[in-house]
Design a protein around this ligand. Sequence first.
Ligand code: AP5
Length: 216
Amino acid sequence: MNIILLGPPGAGKGTQASRLMADRGMVQLSTGDMLRAAVKSGSPVGLKAKSVMEAGELVSDEIVSGIIGERLDMSDTANGVIFDGYPRTAAQAEQLDELLEARGRMLDHVIELSVDEDALVDRIVGRYTCAKCGEGYHDHYKQPKVAGVCDVCGSTEFKRRPDDNAETVRTRMVEYRAKTAPILPIYEARGLVARVDGMADIDQVTQAIEAILDGK
Ligand code: AP5
């Protein structure tokens, strides 16, 4: 099964994708995570992407579709893929169709996380992750059980994304409204879109997504 999680920054795409990975053995393909890894490694893609991401703008369609195509060729994607943060433009949606068709695969669901944009700045600005294992936390909504210690790996080091500040978040939302939201009708016309209330509790959002994947 191949699905797209669609929603503005902070809607909960990454949170839900990691739960689906753990529950269903699907692989999360987050273009944001892949680009951040490229920036960290200082690769040519990373050098091009760094300032664009820090400004909250979109990296070029060719770069992101290129990295998705390479990733789809890896064998661990055979059980199914969760596209998280991709596609983000009409051109990327077309490129994804081509990438899947060339590999004899198809899209099963496009799940839109509907959210109240006013709540998203708070969600994003309060977000941080474990520097060692990447587990996600939030200043208010998801704190470690023992303050300052990662629940998963016990590390005491945490980090925040450089683009998780109020000003950049607003640019990311403008980009979402202008370039990403308009791709929904493409998938609606194919009967692939299901909407989930992304303002519900994290567990309830997971249950709603699982029900869609189970055809309930
Ligand atoms: P990317 O990394 O994809 O960022 P994003 O889309 O802005 O999404 P986020 O990761 O910020 O949010 P999320 O929806 O995953 O929310 P999360 O689960 O963490 O992209 C970053 C940049 O890379 C882009 O700006 C662009 O420059 C570039 N890029 C990436 N892909 C690209 C592409 N395809 N084309 C071009 N450029 C691209 O949740 C947020 C917080 O809220 C967490 O703390 C979480 O604990 C909390 N939370 C989640 N759900 C709930 C809930 N239901 N209730 C309460 N709190 C919740």
